[in-house]
Design a protein around this ligand. Structure first.
Ligand SMILES: [Zn+2]
Ligand SMILES: [Zn+2]
Length: 340
């Protein structure tokens, strides 16, 4: 007797949301079944909705900010147990045998899978996940807060902790949105002199509340010059995917400063290279992290009191929830809940 579950799927590129009934799937070897409690809506879900990911197969259930409980264990899974609270994020598993994997760099696996893109994700009551993609959720953390940490959270937390910045260094977070509102909190909790950069003054009170020591309005001032006035940024984390605005930040870097870009703008960056050369400055991308990085993010968030700002909507209202994210109206993460 196979049970049924509700899932929200996209069945063709640029198709509409369909809430459908499916058979509850069975976990194969090295996989587990997760009973989903909450799933955040990430801007990258646009890749599935609009068919922008190469080789994407439909129908597809998106969702890579999953929080729930292990409900069934597949063959050969020895270190996880039924009932355990787990998260599943962007990193949907790796092959263990390619060159980066053999070097232990699982995030760079050439055969890596993305949850909700290469296999069905968390916009559903159940999903099947590789055991290598699981993070333990600390008891203190509610599911609707754990979800957004599995992509937005780990991306900025992992970027900052690998940025080379040390306590007291100047770290600027550009953009106060889904990623940036977490980036400001992490930067403050990691002991950096934290500067938030936004367009206009309306995000300033919030940025201050989240822990920013300074706020720069990029609409009315030259953000690069303002950063130099504050000592020059050792690290700038550019979370607002706006090519022109990101390019304009380069002159704000200190000597050896790094501009990290974890979210892709649609347009190419246009950067004057002289400031890079003269100050040994660099510009780099940042790629999310593994399941263990996500677990570190969850644990650090509990330890230091970092919280995502969320709006909850039930799975049935997926169209409305997605639209709130896509239009930029959400403050700041919309989380689908599965009615428990
Ligand atoms: Zn994401
Ligand atoms: Zn690999």
């Amino acid at each position: 007797m196979i049970g049924k579950m509700k899932a929200a799927q996209i069945s063709k590129a640029a198709g509409d949301w369909e809430v459908v009934e499916r058979d509850v799937p069975e976990p194969g070897p090295a996989h587990v079944r997760v009973k989903v409690e909450a799933c955040g809506i990430c801007h990258s879900d646009v890749l599935v909705k609009e068919g922008l990911w190469p080789g994407l197969q439909y129908p597809r259930v998106p969702g890579h900010e999953v929080a729930g409980r292990i409900d069934k264990i597949g063959a050969g899974v020895a270190t996880w147990s039924e009932g355990q609270r787990v998260g599943v994020g962007w990193h949907g598993g790796h092959c263990f045998s390619c060159t980066p994997c053999r070097r232990g760099d699982f995030a760079m696996c050439v055969n890596r899978k993305v949850t909700g893109v290469d296999f069905d994700g968390g916009y559903a009551e159940y999903l099947i996940a590789p055991s290598a993609a699981l993070a333990v959720i600390p008891e203190e953390l509610p599911a609707e807060e754990a979800g957004p940490f599995m992509c937005a959270g780990v991306t900025v937390y992992n970027a900052l902790r690998h940025s080379g910045a040390r306590a007291g260094d100047v770290v600027a977070v550009h953009g106060i949105g889904g990623l940036g509102h977490l980036g400001v909190q992490y930067a403050r909790c990691m002991g950096f002199k934290t500067i938030a950069i936004g367009r206009g003054r309306d995000r300033e009170p919030l940025a201050t509340k989240l822990g920013a020591h300074h706020y720069i309005d990029s609409a009315t001032s030259d953000a690069g010059a303002e950063l130099q006035r504050l000592g020059g940024a050792d690290v700038i984390l550019a979370t607002a995917p706006n090519a022109e605005a990101i390019s304009a930040l380069v002159p704000g870097l200190s000597v050896d400063g790094r501009l990290l870009v974890p979210a892709a703008p649609a347009e190419p960056l246009s950067v004057n290279v002289m400031p890079l050369i003269m100050g040994r400055r660099s510009l780099a991308g940042w790629y999310s992290g593994t399941a263990r990085d996500s677990q570190d993010t969850l644990e650090f968030s509990v330890l230091s009191g970092v919280h995502p700002m969320i709006e909850k909507l039930p799975l049935d209202r997926v169209s409305e929830a997605y639209e709130r994210m896509h239009s930029g109206k959400a403050r700041f993460r919309v989380v689908l809940t599965m009615g428990m």
